[in-house]
Design a protein. Structure first.
Length: 93
C-alpha cells in the first residue's frame, strides 16, 4: 500500500526524533527512500497462521544498495498522534 502524505509525514517526523544515525548500516551511503507499507503475517509452528495477526510495517530503503529497514507502523502512528496531542496541550496552557 502506498503511504498517504500524512503517513509519510508522521514516519519522517518519528525517524527524525528517534535516531541520529542517517547512514546505511550496509553501504554507508545516506540516500534513503520511503517504501510502500507492507504487512508480515503471523508465523507459528513453522507455518503462516491463516487468520492470524499481521504487522503493518513502514519500509526505509537505501537508494544505493537496496538495504531495507522495517519499522512497526502502529506504534509509530500512535506515538506521532500522542506527541502531537501533547504538544498541542502544552501550548494551549
Ligand atoms: Zn545502503
Amino acid at each position: 500500500m502506498s503511504l498517504t502524505e500524512e503517513q509519510k509525514q508522521k514516519f519522517t517526523e518519528w525517524l527524525n526524533s528517534h535516531s541520529n544515525r542517517s547512514s546505511c548500516p550496509f553501504c554507508g551511503h545516506n540516500d534513503w527512500h520511503l517504501g510502500n507499507m507492507i504487512a508480515s503475517p503471523e508465523f507459528a509452528d513453522g507455518n503462516v497462521r491463516l487468520g492470524g495477526q499481521v504487522i503493518p510495517q513502514f519500509q526505509l530503503i537505501c537508494g544505493y544498495c537496496a538495504y531495507v529497514h522495517h519499522f512497526a507502523a502502529v506504534p509509530i502512528l500512535k506515538d506521532s498522534g500522542s506527541a502531537r496531542q501533547n504538544a498541542a496541550e502544552s501550548t494551549s496552557e
